[in-house]
Design a protein around this ligand. Structure first.
Ligand code: RFL
Length: 406
């Protein structure tokens, strides 16, 4: 893809200093940072604006990430509307264990549904800061990335014509299923992968939360999670075989499993409701190193995927966007390339830290249902340590909330 010519069947060539592929949290945050410094950029997105503003996904944001958005004028709605979570609850061996992480660390989580954040970011970028964006583009291809005159081409949804955009830099922010990661030639990056061989049935229920906090159920039948999203909507997860068909999970079966796996002494029954999303996620991770090839800078899920086990992916996407945005602004406005040179290393420390935590947490969530009594025993020992030792609890809380020292 990198070596193909962008020039066939093209309309009028355009030029932007930066082309951003993908209008998710990473791409839109990056675009906003560039526009705030009056750097021109173009965002290319395969979906419509309405679609990205509604796509349900993440909800949990770490304090440092929200501070980063605030410092860039991107969190006004968020801090007004998001919930602050200060504790969560683990349920295992028939009992409930409250984990008061704010009391241990002085930090909390923010809960703000990803579609609301994307809506805020796209409005600020396109309607307030005057950023250029093309929705519904097809067949995005990258060209001449290892030269100082890279280009991006795409098919315009209205005319069907190929368009070419010349630029200085390409930001690959097109998520786990995008095309930019594939533009890095084999041998120019190391892609490390890990597969948990575990599936999660991700559910959104039209039901109020059944607790004031996140619940984690470690049950011999499988993990279950309860994540409040708003007064009317709650996200639930159920461990299932990888590749399972969501149609195997009727409304009745879902609620019966949730009630069982999240049941514990003294816990009220869950408030049930209509399921408005039901999809199976196979739990796997990857990391691309370095996150740079020539003039292409990968950010967010395009560069590294963290299974939603530890709710870290959007936080990492924002971190990359902050680092890359500041580095591109320094280069394009002051000729200072040190930030771009250090971009990959500046991101990968946090990426690997979160990968490791996600792996550790996966063992905790899935050990009791692994069918291996040894793993089940060591999992319960880990959990009891968190609730038996304040030092262990603090160490866990620090990782759960996201280390601020990167
Ligand atoms: P995104 O959000 O996937 O955005 C990429 C954008 O690129 C577009 N695109 C293309 N555009 C142009 N050309 C192409 N060829 C393109 N291919 C794709 C896509 O349409 C899209 O608009 O990536 P980004 O910006 O890196 O953001 C990553 C986050 O979205 C992701 O890490 C999180 O959603 C992960 N995640 C969570 N992260 C958290 O930090 N906290 C959470 O609580 C949390 N919960 C979750 C999650 C992910 C989930 N799913 C569905 C995987 C819960 C779930 C269920």
């Amino acid at each position: 893809m990198n070596s193909t010519s962008p020039h066939s069947n093209s309309g009028v060539a355009q030029r932007f200093p930066v082309v951003i592929v993908g209008a998710g949290p990473a791409g839109l945050t990056l675009g906003n940072i560039l526009r705030a410094a009056s750097v021109d950029c173009l965002v290319l997105e395969t979906e419509t604006r309405e679609f990205i503003e509604r796509r349900p996904r993440a909800g949990v944001l770490e304090e440092w990430a929200v501070r980063g958005l605030q410092q860039r004028g991107l969190a006004d709605n968020l801090v007004r509307r998001a919930q602050r979570h200060t504790e969560c609850e683990f349920r295992f061996a028939g009992e409930r264990y409250r984990f008061e992480y704010a009391e241990l660390t002085g930090q909390h989580h923010w809960v703000y549904p990803q579609p609301l954040l994307v809506t805020d970011l796209v409005r600020e970028y396109a309607d307030v800061r005057g950023g250029a964006v093309r929705f519904g583009v097809r067949d995005v291809a990258l060209h001449d990335l290892d030269s100082d005159r890279p280009a991006v081409s795409y098919t315009c949804p209205k005319t069907g014509q190929r368009q070419v955009v010349h630029c200085d830099f390409v930001a690959g922010c097109d998520g786990a299923r995008g095309v930019t990661r594939g533009a890095v030639p084999a041998g120019r990056a190391l892609v490390s992968r890990s597969d948990y061989s575990i599936g999660w049935l991700a559910l959104l229920a039209e039901a109020p939360p059944s607790s004031d906090c996140v619940l984690f159920g470690m049950h011999p039948s499988g993990f279950a999670g309860h994540m409040p999203r708003s007064a009317e909507v709650t996200r639930y997860y159920l461990e299932c075989p990888p590749g399972d068909d969501p149609e195997n999970w009727s409304q009745d079966r879902v609620w019966a499993e949730l009630q069982q796996r999240l049941g514990a002494n003294g816990a009220p029954a869950l408030t049930e409701g209509r399921l408005i999303e039901k999809r199976v996620l196979d739990m796997h991770n990857y990391v691309v190193e370095p996150m740079v090839f020539g003039r292409l800078f990968l950010a967010g899920d395009a560069a590294h995927l963290t299974a939603p086990i530890a709710a870290k992916g959007m936080n990492l996407a924002l971190h990359d966007a902050f680092v890359l945005g500041d580095a591109l602004v320094a280069h394009l406005t002051q000729g200072d390339g040190t930030g771009l040179d250090g971009y990959s290393a500046a991101c990968l420390g946090r990426v690997w830290d979160y990968q490791e935590f996600s792996m550790w947490l996966s063992e905790v969530y899935h050990g009791t249902s692994s069918g291996d009594p040894y793993l089940a025993g060591t999992t319960l020992a880990r959990l009891r340590r968190i609730f038996g030792s304040r030092t262990a609890a603090k160490a866990f809380a620090e990782q759960y909330l996201g280390n601020t020292d990167f």
